[in-house]
Write a protein that binds this ligand. Structure first.
Ligand SMILES: [Fe+2]
Length: 296
């Protein structure tokens, strides 16, 4: 069993109406039917679940879902996981398009859901707006990034793409440089940011104009990260979650080469997975560092 795709993020929202408007009208996602329990569910450009919002007094991460590839049944996957000492169970019909999932927990206790495919859902409503291509990655604050990296490697088949020293790791489950990042933090746990892929640099520009027209300020960016080389902007959703919009993320089209597809803005030729020193270049090769508000 191996993860092949980041599927969805679950977020608890203490301002569900405002959050619904943000993901539907501002980000321009597709509102999906089903799911119940007063939650609202969104696809990115299509009708597969990408974002699930649930009302809760405490906002923050509630789940991350992944597509897996396996020749076994989910019951056999559960048995294998238990055999490896990972607590696992089956859940049914709790989110749109996911009739059967395997629930496990990461080393910090965050719920993770594994499924072989998500059924396409009825799109109830679409709105104009930014309209991302897809959910790109989820970044978490964790107690111990090396422990998280080992769990995601050993249990879920991820590979590491870059480390910032030994405290921040970027991990891939397909050609994309990262679908998950883990940053060690002494105090913070849960969501660091959620990131959506846009088409290209001109789409980022239009997104910045859309956010500006709605008086939603950018927290940081545009810039180009060193690790992953994605062009980025960050803003906050109504619950205060940091949302990244990005394009140009590195890809490793051929795992056997062990290097990312070459680009003129790379530092190394070939650009291989490596441990980066803490530096301006690692954070933003265009030279502007994150303001204090990004870390609040
Ligand atoms: Fe990111």
């Amino acid at each position: 069993m191996r993860v092949t795709k980041l599927g969805f993020i679950g977020l608890n929202s203490s301002r569900i109406d405002d959050a619904r408007a943000h993901y539907l009208d501002v980000l321009g996602m597709s509102l999906l039917g089903g799911g119940g329990r007063d939650g609202v569910h969104f696809g990115c450009a299509g009708s597969e679940l990408s974002v699930s919002l649930m009302p809760d007094v405490t906002p923050g991460l509630s789940a991350v879902g992944y597509e897996i590839t396996t020749e076994k049944s989910l019951k056999e996957v559960v048995a294998d996981l238990r055999g490896d000492g990972v607590s696992a169970s089956i859940r049914t019909d709790f989110l749109p398009g996911l009739s059967e999932v395997v629930e496990i927990k990461d080393p910090d206790g965050n719920p993770l859901y594994l499924y072989t495919c998500s059924e396409l859902q009825e799109v109830v409503k679409t709105a104009p707006g930014i309209r991302p291509n897809k959910l790109g990655h989820v970044a978490l604050f964790v107690e111990d990034a090396p422990r998280h990296a080992k769990f995601f490697t050993d249990v879920l088949g991820f590979r590491w793409s870059d480390w910032l020293e030994d405290s921040f790791v970027f991990m891939r489950c397909n050609a994309d440089h990262h679908s998950m990042n883990f940053m060690t933090d002494e105090k913070k746990r849960g969501l660091f940011h959620v990131a959506f892929e846009l088409q290209d640099w001109s789409h980022i520009g239009r997104a910045c104009d859309d956010l500006g027209a709605r008086d939603i300020p950018l927290l940081w960016g545009p810039g180009r990260h060193g690790m992953g080389h994605n062009i980025f902007t960050y803003h906050r959703d109504p619950d205060g979650n940091i949302v990244e919009l990005f394009c140009d993320l590195d890809r490793m089209s051929d795992e056997s080469l062990g290097a990312f597809d070459p680009r003129p803005y790379h530092e190394d030729f070939p650009q291989k997975p490596k441990v980066w020193p803490r530096s301006k270049r690692a954070a933003n090769s265009w030279g502007v560092m994150a303001p204090p508000a990004f870390h609040e």
